[in-house]
Write a protein that binds this ligand. Sequence first.
Ligand code: NOJ
Length: 739
Amino acid sequence: MKRLLVILFFVVLAAPALARPDPDVEALLGKMTLEEKLGQMNIFTSDWDQTGPTLRGQYQQDIRRGRVGAIFNAYTPEFTRKLQDLAVKETRLGIPLLFGYDVIHGHRTIFPIPLGEACTWDLGVIEKGARVAAVEASADGLHWTFAPMVDVARDPRWGRIAEGAGEDTWLGSQIARARVRGFQGNNLAAPDALLACVKHYAAYGAAQAGRDYHTVDISMRELWSTYLPPFQAAAEAGAATCMTSFNEIDGVPSTGNGYLINTVLRGLWGFKGFVVTDYTSIEEMIKHGFSKDAAEAGVQAALAGVDMDMQSAIFLNDLGKAVQDRRVPLAVVDDAVRRILRMKKLRGLFANPYLCSDPARAKRVLMSPENRAAARDAAKRSFVLLKNNGVLPLKPALKVALVGPLAEDRRNLIGNWSAAGDGNKAVSVREGLSARGLTLIVAKGCEIEGGDRGGFSAAVATAKKADVVVAVMGEAAAMSGEAASRSRLDLPGVQRDLLAALKATGKPLALILMNGRPLVLDWESENCDAILETWFGGTEAGNAIADVLLGDYNPAGRLVTTFPRAVGQVPIHYNMKNTGRPLDPTNKYTSKYLDVPNDPLYPFGFGLSYTTFQYTAPVLSAASLDARGALRVTATVRNIGKRDGEEVVQLYLCDRVGSVTRPVRELRGFQKIPLKTGEQRTVSFTLTAKDLAFYRRDMSFGAEPGDFDVWIAPNAEAGVPARFLLTEGVTLAPPVPKP
Ligand code: NOJ
């Protein structure tokens, strides 16, 4: 019976995926040789350097010979037109190229890194960030971005935590949708659309020990509950493409995982776009020990459902023989090519291969004042005030010692994966504060990394001359992103020592942080008077930091990732399980450390404001709820401080008993509300059984009857719960297919 349900479910959901054949695509496919088909299934990088793009002759040849379907790392209207000419004018069938690029948080105008942008808890701001990126990238020759990265990340050692939306699956799914909508707009054929590529499918964030590219070994329940939902959300939002991840899961590399691609993504979720691998992922299946050679890797990837090979050239070189030998049915190749051609058509390239190669448009939109204003707005909203004993906002009359390796820096402010962004065009903190007329005395003190303390004495002397010290410190941009795992999470180099020397002057000390991951800030949280987390804020970071430091904008960012007290607590996230021996400080044999408390330094959802918000306990519209009913949960939030501000009101749930154990809390709603000083607002959330659903013992998705706790709170550790009863269970989806 269960099997039957699964099949029925598949047929209903998969039906739309079997889109009616497109006559143009079919006609074209009918004319193509096997070699031409395999050509479409490749993406190659152009080689380019800082001074401008150049193309290696070999790729030029490949394009001319119809051996390439897409190119990445090539942009500008002129350069992409030149390459497009080779494909359109010199190949037999004239099939246009698709130009892709890692447009992750802006293209020329750089927005905050995605982790920072997620801390806005503002889906409108996030969507707008992706839209501006799309408008600029598409004006600069591009059709396609390798974003959004929706990997749930719970290990701050992993540098790629910077690229996603943090540790929470539910919030990450909302943000995934917003980013897809923003990139793609309403019409894929519009000149300013950018095809999205949801990545890295799947569970890349669960790399063991936070080491990039490392093994992932998680349960099916963890895969489905934690890692897959943001991909499903992006697929449902219409993401045009999907990128397989580098990692294996349970011994199977994602690029050869037919369960993930064909069964789940296409079959169950009805994804109609095409699937591209990550960089050389097909070839890497040999080193994984999953394929004996390139030919076998190509067969495994094709049969798993991969459509486009990034950079391995294995489809190009080896798949033809596999088709001739009948190891791969021709129909598999045809389907892949169909999906790629269909996307080119939807993107409008058959109608106009040059629709993104208009220099006049590029001139108009790239780094326009409006785009910079949007970046500044997103940046100031992404900052999280972690501590403040009153030193912030700065009083404009004060003399400020601006210290630290990032005080005058521009390049690092645009973060990693900064696309075609130019660090020289970024606004430094010094520039941002100077522009506001602040009296600054500046000393670098030390570098980001290394042990040189030579600048300490000048920095200390500078601090002594000032009324307040603002230290701008953190990581270099290159310390997060791909291949940037760290085993220590402190401020790098001697920055903490410099802070200690500054602290010894007795001057008030505000720390402005720039970093791509949670850091361990135990010392800083004890010793600094204020800490403002600014991530890497993008092109307008310096201006946005000035907006917040001077109090023109009251900070309202909230963490989307837990800050541990010590690396040894990792992985640590708010929605962990209770265990059979929850922490009891008086009982040795409970779940805890000997040397560090269990709780984090700063929890998920946390962030201060220049004002104070007070919450009432949640009130329920009823004591129970049935499978078809709804329950209203309400609390009153009041601004009891002296400034207007914005609060992110968060709703958390706990299912107290389940057929499998449930997390201590799970986010199921939030509202970001403005509150003037003295103002109060009643905030309501409506819960239905759908909000209570999870992957149950048999891997069906549904809610189980029983008691639930609910909080309306300013972060994942605060608040008092109210309890309600779900009187009956409900099944929303049958058990997931087995691998
Ligand atoms: C490797 C990265 O993992 C991926 O995120 C990126 O899109 C590709 N390289 C292309 O640059």
